[in-house]
Design a protein around this ligand. Structure first.
Ligand SMILES: NC(=O)c1ccc[n+]([C@@H]2O[C@H](COP(=O)([O-])OP(=O)(O)OC[C@H]3O[C@@H](n4cnc5c(N)ncnc54)[C@H](OP(=O)(O)O)[C@@H]3O)[C@@H](O)[C@H]2O)c1
Length: 172
């Protein structure tokens, strides 16, 4: 916890040199306490630092990514390195997940496939790269049952492009 009460739990601590924190992960790997490592809320430069220190024992990056919030550069970089990318708050978080349906483009694609706009958003994320694994939060079993179907939802190139444009404008 810092001086103004901000809690950095799963974010890089700005008071600690990034490489130093990653060295702690390396120690855990070397000691056999963990077998593989993932990092969260990392920039491209931080992914590179972690990769340099951990090599191919760095297997996952978990960053915020949804149609509302982009970490597209980090997603592409992870894909290039063969590292899994886990979008957190993949539906925009608890406060925005419901409003996916009020977005015309997501609603149109959802209606065309007879599925929920949230399922479309997850399918759009899965289509970004084979290494993308969204982790939607859910308190209702119905949400889980709906979200898991995104794995089998195939969107056309035109649909992906229309959703990409929406996402880009949301993030502009
Ligand atoms: N690494 C980090 O720094 C970090 C930070 C924040 C969060 N996270 C992780 O990210 C994960 C999810 O994030 P989140 O919960 O903040 O946001 P989210 O997954 O974007 O949104 C959760 C909301 O989406 C709703 N939802 C899920 N699937 C749905 C569906 N198919 N149809 C309609 N609504 C659906 C849920 O509703 P119901 O509850 O009604 O089912 C819930 O209100 C969690 O596992 C969390 O631990 C990581």
């Amino acid at each position: 916890v810092d001086a103004i009460g901000l809690y950095y739990y799963h974010r890089p601590d700005p008071k600690v040199r990034y490489a130093e924190g990653i060295m702690a992960l390396k120690d855990l790997l070397d000691e056999g306490v963990i077998t593989l490592a993932g990092i969260s809320n990392a920039t491209i430069a931080q992914i590179d630092v972690a990769r340099q220190i951990l090599g191919d024992r760095l297997v996952a990056v978990q960053n915020q990514f949804s149609p509302f919030r982009s970490s597209l550069g980090e997603l592409a970089h992870s894909a290039k390195l063969g590292i899994a990318f886990l979008p957190w708050s993949p539906l925009g978080g608890i406060t925005r997940a419901g409003s996916m349906g009020s977005n015309r483009a997501f609603q149109d694609v959802a209606e065309a496939h007879g599925v929920s706009p949230q399922q479309v958003a997850l399918a759009w994320e899965l289509a970004q790269s084979p290494g993308v694994i969204p982790i939607p939060g859910s308190s209702r079993p119905a949400s889980i049952e709906d979200s898991v179907k995104a794995v089998d939802l195939v969107l056309t190139d035109d649909e992906l492009a229309s959703l990409y444009t929406v996402s880009a404008s949301v993030n502009a």
